[in-house]
Write a protein that binds this ligand. Sequence first.
Ligand code: AMP
Ligand code: MG
Length: 398
Amino acid sequence: MITTAEARRAVLAAMPAFDSESVSTNRATGRVLRQTVVAERDQPPFDRVMMDGIALRFSDIENGSRVLPVQATQAAGDEQIRLEDGKCIEIMTGASLPQGADCVVPVERISVRDGSASLEADYEVKQRQFIHARGSDHKCGSELLSAGKRVSPMDIAVITSCGLTDIDVSKSPAIHVISTGNELVPAGEPIEPHQIRLSNGPALVAMLTTHGYGHTEHEHIVDEPELLKERIANHLDNADVLVLSGGVSMGKADYIPQVLAELGVKVSFHKISQRPGKPMWFGMGPKKQAVFALPGNPVSTLVCCRQYVIPALDAASGLAEQQPEFAALTQDVSFKPELTCFLPVRLISGTGGQVLAMPVQTNTSGDFAALSRTDGYIELPAEESLFAAGSAARLYRW
Ligand code: AMP
Ligand code: MG
């Protein structure tokens, strides 16, 4: 049986790189950027007025002028006017600084009468005040975004400010989620006392979508080897990634490893020394389709998806490596088995600003309702069995 670190390495090493595609900026948020973005122009592109008020020549104030005739008005978007000696120009925030002007006095500091602006008696003017200098945020041609970042709303501001309408991002992989099990009945259909509501498939689709992988379909297949083979073969033809839940343990109806082998999916590993999620299976299809077969227990399914499937999709999308996160335990935890423990936690803020992880016990690895109260899980290494309150553990947010 391999360790959690070995499993993660094996998955990342096997993943092919997804192609990139050009999409319009209004569809780019949440996708992984696959190009650099360089500044189209200096920012600001001109000496930008930062206050509503008047623009004037500092030398006129130095020479004792406190009352200046208003030559003209220049609003944001208006072409730049040339300021005449001894005068001022009424300007608005966002306007280009009039030619010849080198300082701005806010409207609160002046009074305008008979076409002239008078400065407040004791108001002291500094040269270049309230001018956002051309190129002071960044210069034309400077690299503003690099490949490997998930596009945020702030990035959309940057991208569109560079004049781009389309951008190269990672192609969204076609993912087929398959729930297996005779006992499963989807929501909305009548259910018998001996049956179970099918919840893993929709939860997996939701988790994938939340992480930016929304090109996802779901199907339920009963535990029937020939049917499983036919349906999974079809999905292998039409998907980049398969995520299965159920049917990978040692029970008589656990046909998935055998069916996948018969379809030419090469096993990379089966079973990881972890709890929950020990029976997980992973392999690659004949056309480099990644196949994740997750144990059916709902907690196991979600932990395995977050721990292995999401990082694999992120890496294949070209996402740059993320900084690991840690949280301090709020209480002592003991976990005896020689397995890595993924312990669901709720995060709270310590008064000193630390991130604290409060363990939330799940009754069994089927106790999915408890997970709604959690923010993620922490990883407790297999080599130790006692984890003291206050000690730091690696944190994975859902
Ligand atoms: P399996 O891995 O197929 O042996 O399933 C383990 C347990 O998880 C069984 O009790 C199943 O009923 C339950 N289970 C499997 N798949 C699902 C699912 N899609 N939704 C909810 N429970 C499931
Ligand atoms: Mg099953």
